[in-house]
Write a new protein. Structure first.
Length: 240
């Protein structure tokens, strides 16, 4: 049995994105599909004294660009993002723990494409900071056929997936019978009951970048995404 998720790479995504990654055996970046503007590919939300605000990477893209082809308008954005994150989180308990890593991301390394940046951030945060063991691949590594749902099914078959984990928003447009006919189990991730942590600027907001959790909870970050479920399971288990 092999559980697979297929999602476009996002910029410093929220914790639910990493929850999906942790739940599957293989996570495939679906970056050889059309880039969508005003989406999560090049921006995410961060907590500020004035509420949540967008932090956006200015990109150079056309209506025909694939995600993997999208570059940057200029190089100045990275320094600006690092200064913004430092101003908002320098007093957070674990900012210093991750500061060197993000200095490398924003001040030292030069990125060729948005996809390269996103995939690097997601894989490093998953493996090194959250302890996730999931395998990462890219859809461009496979010889795919068809369009839209047919192309997705072609990808899942090429990856030898026995089940496919999707976000709940896909319920509105995915035909479950197509998966049944192809003998692939269709599963939906539920984002519910996440535990709150000590977060700046109340009220608490779950729907912000993973960086908010890392800077506040550090090595305990995984607990607030999925680790708490183990406690729940232990409490519900019958006593011998």
């Amino acid at each position: 049995m092999k559980k697979v998720a297929v999602i476009q790479s996002n910029y410093i995504p929220w914790k639910g994105y990493f929850d999906i990654i942790n739940d599957v055996d293989q996570f495939i970046f679906y970056d050889d599909v059309q880039y969508t503007k005003n989406d999560w590919r090049n921006r995410n939300k961060i907590k500020t004294p004035n509420g949540t605000e967008w932090i956006t990477v200015p990109v150079s893209a056309t209506s025909e660009s694939l995600i993997c082809e999208v570059g940057f308008q200029s190089a100045q954005w990275s320094t600006k993002h690092f200064k913004t994150l430092t101003a908002l989180y320098s007093k957070a308990p674990y900012f210093k723990k991750y500061k060197e890593f993000f200095e490398y991301i924003y001040l030292e390394r030069k990125w060729g494409t948005l996809s390269e940046l996103n995939q690097y951030l997601i894989t490093k945060i998953s493996h090194e900071f959250l302890g996730i063991k999931t395998q990462f691949t890219q859809s461009s590594e496979y010889n795919l056929e068809g369009k839209k749902l047919d192309r997705l099914l072609s990808l899942l078959k090429a990856a030898n997936a026995s089940s496919y984990l999707s976000g709940p928003a896909a319920m509105d447009y995915i035909d479950s019978s197509t998966f049944e006919n192809n003998e692939i189990e269709l599963l939906y991730k539920q984002y519910s009951d996440y535990k709150e942590y000590d977060q700046f600027h109340p009220p608490f907001n779950h729907y912000v970048s993973i960086l908010d959790l890392l800077f506040h909870a550090g090595p305990d970050s995984a607990y607030f995404i999925w680790g708490w479920r183990n406690d729940k399971d232990d409490k519900s288990a019958p006593e011998c």
